[in-house]
Design a protein around this ligand. Structure first.
Ligand code: EPZ
Length: 420
C-alpha cells in the first residue's frame, strides 16, 4: 500500500486549480440510470470513488468512456442490482436505489452497513420510497424494492440528509404526480443535480432551499452537464494555506460554497480575497484559536471539520469544536495527538489547545477527511510525517501530493510492494 512522506515547515505559495466535486459527480453519474439516452458530464474528477461508481454502472449494463469528460449510456438495465462487493467500498453506491426503482420498477441494493464516521443509516431513503408506493424488504443484507410506478408524495425528512434528498429527488422525477420534499438538504450538490435533471426534462423547483417540488414526467432525455467545483477540496487547500502562513489563489471554485469556513479563517487571522470563481488566501504567521460547530449547509461542513481541527492544533489559544452531523467523526484526534496535538474529546465536542508546533510522526489514515487533516498537520510539523493507508485520501483528492508539491510542499508518495 502507498504511503506519503511529508517534510513540514514550507509555506504554500502559488495557484491551484480546483477539480470537479466528487459528491456532485456521484449522483450525477446515477442520473444515467433515469434515461436510455446519453449522459455527458464535464469536469469529472479522477478519483477512486468515481471509478467505483463507473464500475457499478457497468454492472448495471451501462457503457461509458472518457476521463475528465465522460459519456455514459444505459440503453437497457441488465441487472437492477448494486452488489455488496461494490457498496462495501463506497456507501454512495446506494444512490442508484431511487433511480433504479423509478426506471425498472425494481432494485436490489446491498445495505451499506457501518462506517468509520458513524452508523449512517438510510432509513429515511427507504421510508420516503415506501410512502411513494415502493414495497421494500430486507433480504440477506440487501434492500429489495419493487413498485410498478412510484407516486408523488408530500414528505418531511426527519433529519437533513444529502444523499437521501438526492435519491428521492431522482426517484420523484419519473413518479406519477407531484412530490414535495420538506427539510431537504441545501448543499450546493443538490441544485447542481436538479439543474442536470431539469435539462433532462424533469420539472423541479426549489432545489437549494429546504422545500423542493418535483412534478413527475414519463421520460427523461440525455444531457450534457458541467459538474460544480469541489468545495471540500477548495476548503482543504484554503485551510492548508492559512495554517502554513502561505499565499495561494484557488482557481475554478465558488467562494460562496465555503462561506462558513472562510468566516472562521478570517476570524482566525487569515486574509481572504473572494473573486467570482476564485479565492486568494493569505495566512498569518500564526492563526488565532476559533470555535466551530458543524451543521448542514450553509453551516460549517462536517467534511471540513478534521482539517479545521488540524489548523487549530497549532493556533494561539483554545478552540472548541462541536461535531453535530456524525456521531463518530473524531478518528483523526488520536493520530493528531501522536504528532503532539493537545486535544480532549468529550462526546461530540473536542477542546483543542494550540501548541506552537506539531512534530512529525508515523500516522495512519482512517477515513477520507481524517486523512486530509493528517496531511495538513504534516505540512506544518517539525520533521518528517509518514502517512499510511493513503487510499483513503485518493478516494477524494486528485493527486494531492503533486498539487501540494507544486505549491512548495515537500511531499512524496512511496509505492508499496503490493503495487497499490
Ligand atoms: C453526504 O453523505 C456526503 N456524501 C458526505 O461526504 C457528507 O459527510 C455528508 O453528506 C454530510 O454532509 C456524499 O455526498 C456522497 P447524510 P450522506 O445522509 O448523504 C443521518 C465525504 O467525506 N441520517 O446527509 O450519507 C446520518 O446518520 C463524505 O466526502 C439518518 O439518520 O450523509 C447523519 O447523522 C463522507 N437517516 C446525518 O443524517 C438516514 O436515512 C447526515 O447524513 C440518512 C441520514
Amino acid at each position: 500500500m502507498d504511503r506519503f512522506r511529508i517534510d513540514g515547515g514550507h509555506p504554500l505559495h502559488g495557484t491551484v486549480q480546483i477539480n470537479g466535486a466528487k459528491n456532485a459527480a456521484l449522483p450525477l453519474l446515477a442520473t444515467a440510470i433515469l434515461t436510455d439516452e446519453t449522459v455527458v458530464l464535464h469536469h469529472l474528477p479522477n478519483l477512486g470513488d468515481i471509478r467505483t461508481m463507473c464500475r457499478l454502472l457497468s454492472h448495471l449494463g451501462a457503457e461509458w468512456r472518457g476521463g475528465e469528460t465522460i459519456t455514459v449510456r444505459l440503453a437497457g438495465v441488465e441487472r437492477a442490482e448494486a452488489p455488496y462487493e461494490i457498496v462495501k467500498t463506497m456507501r454512495a453506491s446506494t444512490l442508484v436505489l431511487g433511480p433504479l426503482l423509478a426506471r425498472c420498477g425494481r432494485a436490489r441494493v446491498s445495505l451499506p452497513g457501518g462506517c468509520a464516521i458513524g452508523a449512517r443509516p438510510m432509513g429515511l431513503h427507504l421510508q420516503a420510497l415506501e410512502r411513494m408506493g415502493g414495497r421494500i424488504t430486507i433480504e440477506n443484507g440487501y434492500i429489495v424494492a419493487e413498485a410498478r410506478r412510484l407516486r408523488g408524495i408530500d414528505y418531511t425528512f426527519e433529519t437533513v440528509t444529502v444523499t437521501g434528498t438526492e435519491n428521492i429527488m431522482m426517484a420523484a422525477t419519473l413518479a406519477d404526480g407531484t412530490t414535495t420534499l420538506h427539510n431537504a438538504a441545501r448543499e450546493p450538490e443538490i441544485p447542481d443535480l436538479a439543474q442536470c435533471l431539469t435539462t433532462m426534462g424533469a420539472q423541479i423547483h426549489g432545489a437549494g432551499t429546504s422545500d423542493i417540488t418535483i412534478q413527475g414526467v414519463t421520460r427523461l432525455r440525455g444531457v450534457e452537464h458541467t459538474i460544480i467545483p469541489d468545495r471540500i477540496v477548495a476548503g482543504t487547500f484554503a485551510i492548508a494555506t492559512a495554517m502554513t502562513g502561505g499565499d495561494v489563489t484557488l482557481q475554478s471554485m465558488v467562494p460562496g460554497h465555503i462561506e462558513a469556513l472562510l468566516e472562521k479563517l478570517a476570524a482566525a487571522g487569515a486574509k481572504i480575497f473572494p473573486m467570482t470563481d476564485a479565492l486568494r488566501v493569505v495566512g498569518p504567521p500564526r492563526l488565532e484559536a476559533v470555535d466551530c460547530t458543524t451543521a448542514p449547509f450553509p453551516g460549517f461542513a462536517t467534511d471540513l471539520q478534521a482539517q479545521f481541527m488540524a489548523a487549530m492544533t497549532i493556533a494561539n489559544g483554545s478552540s472548541v469544536i462541536n461535531e453535530t452531523v456524525f456521531e463518530n467523526r473524531f478518528m483523526h484526534v488520536g493520530e493528531l495527538q501522536r504528532m503532539g496535538a493537545n486535544i480532549q474529546v468529550q462526546g461530540s465536542t473536542a477542546v483543542v489547545k494550540g501548541v506552537p508546533r506539531l512534530r512529525g510522526a508515523p500516522v495512519m489514515a482512517t477515513d477520507l477527511r481524517a486523512s486530509a487533516s493528517l496531511v495538513l498537520a504534516g505540512l506544518t510539523a517539525e520533521g518528517s510525517t509518514e502517512i499510511e493507508r493513503v487510499y483513503h485520501i485518493d478516494r477524494g483528492y486528485e493527486q494531492i501530493e503533486t498539487r501540494l508539491g507544486a505549491l512548495g510542499a515537500t511531499m512524496t508518495r512511496e509505492h508499496g510492494d503490493d503495487g497499490h
